[in-house]
Design a protein around this ligand. Sequence first.
Ligand code: NDP
Ligand code: GDR
Length: 355
Amino acid sequence: MAERKVALLSGCTGQDGSYLAEFLLAKGYQVHGILRRSSSFNTGRIQHLYADTNAHREGSMHLHYGDLTDSSCLVKIIAEVKPTEIYNLGAQSHVKVSFDLAEYTANVDALGTLRILDAVRTCGLEKSVKFYQASTSELYGKVQEVPQNEKTPFYPRSPYGVAKLYAYWIVTNYREAYNMFACNGILFNHESPRRGETFVTRKITRSVAKIALGQMEHFELGNLDSKRDWGHARDYVEAMWLMLQQENPEDFVISTGEMHSVREFVEMSFGHIKKTIRWEGTAEDEVGIEVESGKIRVKINKKYYRPTEVDLLLGDSSKASKVLGWKPSVTFPVIRLFCINDALPSHFNIFSFTL
Ligand code: NDP
Ligand code: GDR
């Protein structure tokens, strides 16, 4: 009999969920996604994966209404689907927003993880299901050591990071207590044309594109000097799957090993439309001026600063490389182009790609 390959994804409508669903469908999985009820359309990233929008069912892709704050729906979905793999990607994933929605973020990101794990046990599937948890480099927070690997101590700096720390440890605890196959993927920032538009990469590239098209004079940012290790989401979902194909459940750092500042990202994005930015002023009132026209293009607005910031993140994914055979295929210069190409008309594009 053919091996059952049934994956259940929370967060299937998000950036990573959409790439992972595509990846798993291509591998012959039946893919079930948990869909949040929303007053507006929230399936734009996965619409191409099912044709019957009324039934949310087409071929191997199925959607189920559910929410990580609702234990009973999780039990019902897991009992019905009987997944062989669960990928818990659902989250309130915006770090800055988590300062405003701290309790909600904890409910979804921390307790939501516990709810899924308990639902697996309630359904008696803890010995058969493989579980992936979307852990994050935000766990490292305040710099303890650089680069960061699986042994680096955690010091989260936001309600989001703290909620994800709970999730990390409850996954570890259920692995040890109940012998569950449960893994934490500690993923560093990863971007794509499908990235939410309020994250810094898409915000910058969309704004630069609008400036190039004469639709915007300037845009506002927060901390220009924070540094991130940016990869591409399509590469990173493959690492999630690889973690669940191993003999033993383990935690892995997934990163590119290359770090750049937000400031560099801005400069390079303007470079793409053949403009140079020079910076003037102090941190409080700094502006980015387009050299060619003398126009202010970037202003600093304190409202985009976080009360506590993660200054720098640089990952060491040598364990993933050794054990999983995983390596990123896309690094910083191309990531910037992937994002900006999406926002600009074709005559600016260096290469074409599909969502
Ligand atoms: P997105 O914000 O793009 O997607 C989040 C997903 O979670 C969406 O499908 C969203 O639904 C869903 N969701 C939010 N709240 C709930 C809820 N209460 N119940 C069920 N589902 C919910 O995030 P990404 O795809 O970028 O990230 C995926 C996961 O990986 C997240 O857990 C994130 O914290 C984590 N992560 C992301 C990294 C990155 O750089 N992208 C790095 C490290 C970790 P809806 O579409 O309806 O809003
Ligand atoms: P991050 O991503 O907080 O790292 O979390 P984000 O793109 O929001 O911020 C990156 C850095 O840019 C600085 N920044 C700004 N950020 C935003 N969003 N908007 C601005 O205007 C702005 N100006 C400067 C931030 O201060 C920060 O230092 C992402 C999310 O996907 C998390 O879910 C995930 O866990 C981590 O990446 C790894």
